[in-house]
Ligand binder design. Structure first.
Ligand code: ZN
Ligand code: ZN
Ligand code: ZN
Length: 159
């Protein structure tokens, strides 16, 4: 066993939209399925996300919807992903807005690690990390359900 990976705790799985979101905050959350994210399952299990170089970089917490999303770099919906939070007049209000104080790393294609929960994907439309193992893929801000096309296999730490 090496040194334990540093993680930011306080993440939960929303069963309404299948996304991971940050629950340990006073900020409002917005679920693509309507209202706030469902906190029911946080009573049973929570998640910790790597905050050091273990896994893929480019992941951020959105301060508008509280989801964990992958930024491809650059501006606009194609790079940042569509946010479910209420939209303002500006086109930029449709995209996620990151908390730059913490850089997140998500285990990518590490499918053999049984200490992590497998089955997570990145949605090609909203860029949020969501659980793809249920029969329905969860509501997406884009309109229909999340789409795991072209996504790598992601896994995260449960506690
Ligand atoms: Zn949700
Ligand atoms: Zn967002
Ligand atoms: Zn989506």
């Amino acid at each position: 066993m090496g040194a334990e990976t540093k993680r930011n705790r306080g993440w939960a799985w929303c069963f309404k939209c299948e996304c991971l979101f940050f629950i340990d905050t006073e900020w409002l959350s917005y679920c693509p399925a309507g209202g706030a994210h469902d906190e029911t399952f946080a009573a049973t299990f929570m998640y910790g996300i790597n905050t050091e170089q273990t896994g893929e970089s480019g992941w951020w917490r959105c301060v508008r919807c509280q989801g964990l999303y992958k930024d491809n770099g650059g501006l606009g919906l194609m790079n940042t992903g569509e946010c479910p939070a209420p939209q303002g007049a500006s086109a930029f209000d449709k995209v996620h807005s990151c908390d730059q104080s913490i850089r997140y790393f998500v285990e990518k294609n590490n499918t053999g690690d049984q200490t992590l929960q497998q089955g997570w994907r990145r949605c090609r439309y909203c860029h949020l990390l969501f659980f793809s193992g249920h029969s329905t893929q969860g509501k997406c801000a884009k309109g229909a359900t999340h789409d795991a096309t072209d996504s790598a296999f992601y896994s995260i730490y449960v506690y």
